[in-house]
Design a protein around this ligand. Structure first.
Ligand code: USQ
Length: 382
């Protein structure tokens, strides 16, 4: 298939591009280095230095014999995106091209505005470029489990049947996010749903939980193909941060009481989920929503597991509860349904002790790159 990947330089975009190319698809990636630039501006550089996209594509081609086309351009600029969509004419478009950090979006007006303009602008442009030029193309959009927040009832997969005064209707599941970033994803879903039901687009919205891991099958070929792995407070996610903290010998930073529960998944399972979604396109006029994670953990459980495995490996891992910089429930009910992707054939890589140990070993090879000044929270919204 012809696959266009927007945000192809990102933590998930680049591994997805290699995975799809390795499977024999014709792949084009587009990115404007927004996240690289934001990381530099906020002193949040990744653990492992990353070649630029052209260089990564060159190394991948030399190692695998597979080509990935690269376009450096801004998806929030309609004329630029429109030209790429029209000329490449994708059968599937995978949309990762968003500012992905909750803390960044809560840093101040400029960061909030940039998040809002980029994320909504890119999604709006994707919808229009597809509607105008490739209306049969399957849009696979990366949403987030954070759209739902932490309601006191079970989280369904995207939709909720509501019975009210004796009548029934299926609605998008109620959503109430905890950051502006997560709220832009709620708005994305609403935009997609409006255009799906109005113009008959075909869309899969993948509600993904926090992803962890440093490597994938294709990145294992050459260290220069590794995903960009952040461990700072702005772009790093909980598990990846804890792995680095364990190796650096600083206490694991549990925010507040640590009862915050989320659905997590291994980066290798992100690739599986996106592939499964792509291989089973939805009908025109349908918005399919799938909850994309494999296991639920509280922050305390994550810290306990990583410290236990780290200590068994001879690291000196301690855990410290610090004042929570975020405004979020620290103890809450959480039960999210996630059967859709399993029904499509997902075979999860669970977070076993062996998986944690191998991730710690990988981080240990980059121990000298760790800058402990990047670890404590710098952005507060409480
Ligand atoms: N947390 C800690 N200590 C830390 C870092 C985080 O206790 O050092 C806590 C947070 O307070 C939060 C939980 O861990 O309760 C998850 O935080 P996170 O930073 O791993 O994840 P989040 O901010 O929600 O965002 C990440 C990605 C985002 C994606 C989202 C999926 O950055 O792109 O959409 O995970 S989800 O969380 O399901 O919305």
């Amino acid at each position: 298939m012809k696959i266009l990947i927007l945000g192809g330089d990102g933590y998930l975009g680049w591994p997805t591009a290699m995975d799809m190319a390795a499977k024999g698809h014709e792949v084009c990636v587009m990115d404007n280095y927004l996240r690289r630039n934001m990381a530099q501006e906020t002193c949040s550089e990744a653990l492992i230095p990353m070649p630029n996209l052209h260089e990564r594509a060159r190394i991948f081609a030399a190692e695998s014999g597979k080509t990935i086309d690269v376009v450096i351009g801004d998806c929030a600029d309609y004329r630029v995106l429109e030209r790429v969509v029209r000329d490449f004419a994708p059968e599937a478009l995978i949309h990762y091209a968003e500012q992905p950090s909750g803390p960044y979006s809560m840093r101040g007006f400029d960061e909030a505005k940039r998040t809002f303009d980029n994320n909504l602008g890119a999604t709006f442009n994707v919808i229009w470029a597809v509607k105008e030029h490739v209306p049969d193309c399957h849009i696979i959009k990366l949403g987030t489990m954070g759209e739902y927040g932490t309601p006191n009832i079970d989280i369904e997969e995207g939709w909720l049947n509501v019975e009210h005064k004796g009548r029934q209707q299926k609605f998008l599941y109620p959503r109430q996010a905890g950051t502006l970033y997560h709220t832009t994803k709620v708005l994305d879903t609403d935009l997609l749903w409006f255009y799906v039901r109005t113009y008959g687009l075909r869309v899969t919205d993948l509600m993904q939980g926090p992803v962890y891991g440093l490597s994938t099958e294709q990145s294992d070929i050459n260290q220069q193909l590794l995903p960009n792995f952040h461990y700072d407070d702005i772009f790093g996610t909980a598990v990846n941060r804890f792995l680095v903290q364990a190796v650096a010998g600083v206490p694991l930073t549990v925010y507040g009481k640590g009862g915050q529960t989320r659905g997590y998944l291994n980066i290798r399972d992100t690739l599986q989920c996106v592939s499964l979604a792509m291989e089973t396109p939805v009908e025109k006029g349908k918005l399919r929503i799938l909850n994309q994670f494999t296991e639920q953990f509280s922050v305390n459980e994550l810290a306990e597991r990583i410290s236990r495995v780290g200590n068994a490996m001879g690291l000196n891992v301690t855990v410290e509860s610090i004042d929570n910089p975020r405004k979020e429930p620290e103890e809450h009910y959480y039960n999210a349904i996630h059967s859709g992707l399993l029904d499509l054939g997902l075979e999860p890589h669970y977070m076993t002790d062996d998986v944690i140990a191998s991730m710690l070993e990988q981080v240990m090879t980059y121990r000298d790159h760790i800058d402990v000044r990047k670890i404590m929270p710098r952005v507060r919204w409480k």
